[in-house]
Design a protein around this ligand. Structure first.
Ligand SMILES: Cc1ncc(COP(=O)(O)O)c(C=O)c1O
Length: 397
């Protein structure tokens, strides 16, 4: 292969940044079998433990028999199946929005929404820790992009004051729960600024769906009053591939915005519709996610996350405060994060090391995600295996 590729890989290897995959041989009950060993899985985003739920498997199997295993074409040609239509209706009802539109992935949904809603002459204001799919949507859109400091509404207000004049349209984009930090966007402040400047607000709820809100539909559910003045200018993105245990992404918006997206969002138009079994499984998951059973799961997951944070902090670990199921343990250097992750794997616990460029240099971390399949004993096992942070461990890269 070309020398430059060898060189690029060698550089990554030297920095401890080469990524490899391991096939999942089986998974059940919050455990995953990798390379012949069962590990407690603190790495998955299957927050409601639905990916292995037999009800979803049955729904998928029924749909496969009736509609086939693949959608066979773009939704605009002949790939919009009855299960996909039923899923979109169920999502709109759950999210209390006029319409939902399903994409092949959450990544595709973010790309599609941002590139359809912003273009040359527009300004996008984007949180510095937004997910890669929002970042790439900003880049592809050809709009001018202003990055505001993480969750800092004052900085966003300053940037709006400087850059709003003369722009054709304004778009504010943010994750709602940040994937590597587990903290929340300052949603009421974002909504207020969007209202003041006549901007659209795009909120990516990938890690909030199924977990936040009494109905489990996400952070926006907790701030309906702040968001309602925005009307059509509020657009929400979710994923089917985390708490909903399936695959795909979706957008919730007004009828007009959804009509516009299905005519203009390129990842929607030029990609095959959701496979019918996938759509049927997700539809089944939505029903569960809004039921009392899931309310109890959410409570358990968030309580376990709180317990883990308290215990780790008491032992001296650096654990930024989060009110979500994602608990980051910031250790600083990449080798240290990798060593800890290997140590935990030897103890039967799968906790991924998250390294740059996924997180800023010097903030490599362990990312623990709690799910409804975990027990208090799993959390205690993790705390015990981690022990105390070594004294004088180098904190920076
Ligand atoms: C914040 C955020 N948005 C979007 C996505 C993409 O979702 P999907 O995995 O469905 O493509 C992810 C997933 O990794 C994410 O963490």
């Amino acid at each position: 292969m070309s020398d430059w590729i060898d060189e690029a890989l060698a550089q990554r290897r030297a920095a401890g940044l080469v990524r490899v995959r391991r096939a999942v041989l089986a998974q059940a009950g919050g455990r995953v079998r990798l390379a012949g060993r069962w590990l407690v899985n603190f790495a998955s985003n299957d927050y409601l433990a639905l990916a292995t739920d037999p009800r979803l498997a049955r729904a998928a199997a029924r749909a496969a028999r009736r509609y086939g295993t693949g959608a066979t074409a773009s939704p605009l040609i002949v790939g919009w199946s009855k299960p996909m239509r039923a899923l979109e209706r169920a999502l709109a009802d759950w999210e209390q929005c006029p319409r939902a539109l399903c994409f092949a992935s959450g990544f595709a949904a973010n790309l599609g929404v941002v590139t359809a809603l912003a273009g040359r002459g527009d300004v996008i204001f984007s949180d510095e820790l937004n997910h890669a799919s929002l970042i790439d949507g900003c880049r592809l859109s050809r709009a001018s992009v202003q990055i505001y400091r993480h969750a800092d509404a004052n900085h966003l207000a300053d940037l709006l004051a400087q850059h709003a004049a003369g722009a054709r349209r304004l778009l504010i984009v943010s994750d709602s729960v940040f994937s590597m930090d587990g903290d929340l966007a300052p949603l009421p402040a974002l909504a207020e600024l969007a209202q003041r400047y006549g901007a659209m607000l795009v909120l990516d709820e990938a890690h909030a769906t199924g977990i936040l809100g009494a109905q489990g539909s996400g952070l926006a559910e907790l701030h309906r009053d702040s968001l309602s003045p925005l009307g059509e200018r509020f657009v929400k993105v979710g994923t089917l591939s985390k708490a909903l245990g399936s695959q795909g992404g979706y957008v919730c918006a007004s009828k007009q915005v959804v009509r516009y997206l299905l005519n203009t969002a390129r990842p929607y138009i030029y990609s095959t519709g959701l496979a019918p079994p996938v759509a049927a499984a997700a539809r089944c998951a939505v029903g569960i996610a809004r039921s009392p059973e899931a309310t109890a799961s959410r409570g358990r997951v968030l309580a376990l996350a709180g317990e883990l944070q308290t215990r780790l902090r008491a032992r001296g670990w650096t654990v930024p405060a989060t009110a979500t199921q994602i608990v980051p343990i910031v250790v600083g250097s990449t080798p240290r994060a990798l060593d800890l992750s290997r140590h935990l794997a030897r103890a039967g616990l799968l906790v991924p090391a998250i390294r740059p460029p996924t997180v800023p240099a010097g903030t490599a971390r362990l990312r623990v995600s709690l799910t409804a399949a975990h027990t208090p004993a799993d959390v205690l096992a993790l705390v015990e295996a981690l022990g105390h942070p070594p004294v004088n461990a180098p904190a920076a890269e």
